[in-house]
Every structure is written in C-alpha cells, then in structure tokens.
Design a protein. Structure first.
Length: 138
C-alpha cells in the first residue's frame, strides 16, 4: 500500500518495499546484519525459528547473552532470556511496548534462595546487536 509525500507541490509515492529497503540500509549502516527471512524460515535449509509466528530468534538471543556474559551462571542467563519471552498480553501494542522496555531498560532476575540478582541490559547503544549485558550479585 503506497503512501505519499508532498514535496514542492509534487506528490511522490513511497511503497512498502522502498520503506523496507531504506530501513534495511539504515540498520546495516549501524552495523546490524541483515538476514533474508526465507533463509531462516522453519522450512528452510537453515531454520532459526520453529514457526513463522516466532518473532524472537531464541538461539541467537541465548548465544549472545552467553557470549557477552560468560561469568554469569547459565541458569541466571537462561532465566533472563525466559523473562524476555514471557510477553503474553492479548494486545500487540502492549507486548511491543513491554518488549521495547526490556530492550532499552532491561529486566531483573531475582533468586531469593541464593540472593542473586541478574540484570539483562538489552540494546545498550544504537548499532549493538540485540543481545544482552547481564550482571549479577551473589
């Protein structure tokens, strides 16, 4: 569905494809890696999701959290990842808002039995991969 931009009395149509191409180039300039969706689809030779509905690439998130936080216990890292997957509002906007908060503000994982706190800081700076920085207190 094209939208229009009015510029000096001339109307220029912008298609969804053009917006997508612009966004991809913008993120690539910020050092994000673009991956063509069909190449990681469930029915591809290199699937990275079980279903097309899966938005978060869980293995990539899990690997990034582990790579960035090698000294944090695996169970603490895994709990932080799981918290990011527990967005279950029936409203898409509420889920998007909650996930954005997790990406920009992080979340806390509390372990009362061991008095540990874990913090996963998602998306510290523009240009970093969506991964995580996790620290914990014993």
């Amino acid at each position: 569905m094209p939208c229009c931009v009015k510029s000096n009395a001339a109307v220029t149509k912008i298609t969804e494809s053009e917006i997508e191409t612009f966004a991809i180039k913008l993120f690539e300039r910020l050092r994000y890696q673009y991956i063509y969706a069909p190449s990681i689809a469930p029915d591809s030779d290199t699937p990275e999701r079980e279903r097309f509905e899966d938005v978060i690439l869980i293995d990539r998130l899990r690997n990034a959290v582990s790579r960035i936080n090698p000294n944090v216990p695996a169970d603490v890292r895994e709990e932080a990842v799981k918290q990011n997957l527990r967005l279950n509002s029936p409203e898409l906007i509420a889920n998007n808002s909650a996930f954005h908060r997790l990406l920009t503000k992080g979340n806390t994982v509390n372990y009362q039995d061991r008095a540990q706190q874990a913090w996963i800081q998602m998306l510290q700076n523009v240009g970093e991969e969506i991964a995580g920085k996790l620290s914990y207190k014993k």
